[in-house]
Design a protein. Structure first.
Length: 439
């Protein structure tokens, strides 16, 4: 009879050892992975005990070790204070997708700090090369029937910081970037309900990126103490969803808000922190952006001379006393160019411009949606220089008003279901190729 080989004896011995080991431990219950994480980090994760200090200590320890990732399991974590995300540290929750409230799952931070202190520390104070992702934020003490201000949920400064895969259930102020000098921020795959301000950008001196962001009243619903109708009304009366001050290149892609008082706004901000840097105005590319149920979808107070490139936008204004799709103010000295954008909804006017500079509308669609068409023109311009080319006008009200103050206009290659009616008050300063009477 042949003797067993050495590999066979080793395998048999290992099997016997594992069998006795399993029998010996059969009565023990090993902790789940989430429980092990909580114990290691010193967190309770019960939604009632303040975990601010323990979580901050864990992140500070990672920073002292040269950076690293703090991984939170699924559960509810009460944060009564502010968290500073150190340089090179990532705070990650258990989720990889935007979370809805039915059922409420994943890693949820219950924020109670910053109440009635809009200028106080944010829930997340983020420095250079810091990261927050894979989690949700809920303000459990916010009352839908008596909404009060809170500090920002996020405040970014420095360089190369990132927010992604984050859900905001009922933030009063969402994401503030600046006004400290900053550059190359990334905000990606963020969604939720914001009440007063969504994203606010200032003093970005090198290419910020915002993509795949949606704000909607639906996220603060009755399952977590909200009310769809009350939240909708508050947002369209108060929310400024996306605001841009000083930004030297801002790439904004696939963003949307419903509803809003102002969907997107570009403003001029004062010099701050660094006296060598200029006061703030933006330039950038905005592609695939949208605003629905707004009072004003786009408001341009000021931009840099090279200005804005807005492409593939969809804008629906109908809330408030005088809803208008886009307004360019008489303070604007930079170029505004819209290409392949659509304006519709029960609105009197799609675009009103008093710009000092250029306004260009190319391959756009304009419709009012009113059951009784207004005598106001869909496009009204009283300043700067205007170019309208290849656009479609779908309703019977006047198409374009060229008012005194407009320096020059070129209107060409347009089409209208009821003709293209241009009311020209600037005479030979306008070059018109298809002023059509109503059929």
């Amino acid at each position: 009879m042949p003797r067993p080989s050495i590999p066979f004896l080793l395998a048999a011995f290992s099997l016997l050892f594992l069998t006795f080991g399993n029998l010996a431990n059969a009565g023990e219950t090993l902790p789940a992975a989430g429980e092990m994480d909580l114990k290691r980090l010193g967190l309770k994760g019960d939604g009632q005990t303040d975990d601010t200090a323990a979580l901050q200590a864990a992140m500070d320890s990672a920073a002292q070790a040269g950076g690293g990732t703090i991984q939170l399991p699924a559960g509810s974590f009460l944060i009564a204070g502010s968290l500073k995300i150190p340089h090179g540290v990532a705070l990650k929750g258990a989720g990889q997708a935007i979370q809805h409230t039915i059922p409420r799952v994943g890693t949820i931070l219950l924020a109670t700090g910053g109440r009635q202190k809009e200028d106080g520390p944010a829930l997340f104070e983020m420095g250079s090369s810091s990261y927050v992702g894979g989690l949700s934020v809920h303000y459990p003490q916010q009352d839908v029937k008596k909404i009060v201000p809170y500090a920002w949920t996020f405040h970014l400064q420095g360089c190369d910081n990132t927010i992604e895969n984050v859900t905001l259930f009922n933030s009063y102020n969402g994401i503030r970037i600046g006004p400290e000098n900053n550059y190359r921020h990334t905000v990606r795959n963020v969604a939720g309900c914001v009440l007063r301000r969504g994203i606010w950008v200032d003093q970005c001196v090198d290419v910020g990126r915002i993509q795949d962001v949606q704000f909607h009243c639906d996220w603060w619903n009755s399952t977590i103490g909200g009310n769809w109708d009350l939240v909708y009304e508050y947002m369209w009366k108060n929310l400024e969803a996306f605001t841009f001050g000083r930004s030297d290149w801002e790439y904004v892609t696939n963003t949307f808000v419903f509803p809003a008082n102002i969907g997107y706004r570009w403003v001029k901000t004062a010099k701050v922190y660094d006296p060598l840097r200029e006061a703030g105005a933006a330039n950038g590319q905005f592609c695939g952006i949208g605003a629905d149920a707004a009072q004003n979808c786009l408001v341009v107070d000021e931009v840099q001379p090279m200005g804005l490139l807005i492409t593939n936008g969809q804008f629906v204004a109908f809330n408030g006393d005088n809803p208008i799709g886009a307004i360019v103010q008489d303070t604007c000295s930079g170029s505004v160019r819209l290409v392949n954008c659509a304006f519709w909804g029960p609105v009197d006017q799609a675009v009103v411009s008093r710009s000092k500079s250029f306004l260009s509308l190319s391959d756009c669609y304009f419709s009012s949606g009113r059951s009784k068409p207004s005598d106001k023109a869909l496009i009204e311009v009283s300043g700067g220089k205007l170019q309208v080319r290849g656009c479609s006008f779908a309703t019977s009200q006047p198409s374009i008003d060229l008012l005194p103050g407009l320096k020059h206009a070129i209107i060409t290659e347009n089409n209208g279901e009821y003709g293209v009616v241009i009311r020209n008050q600037i005479g030979q300063k306008a070059v018109l190729s298809n002023n059509e009477p109503r059929p």
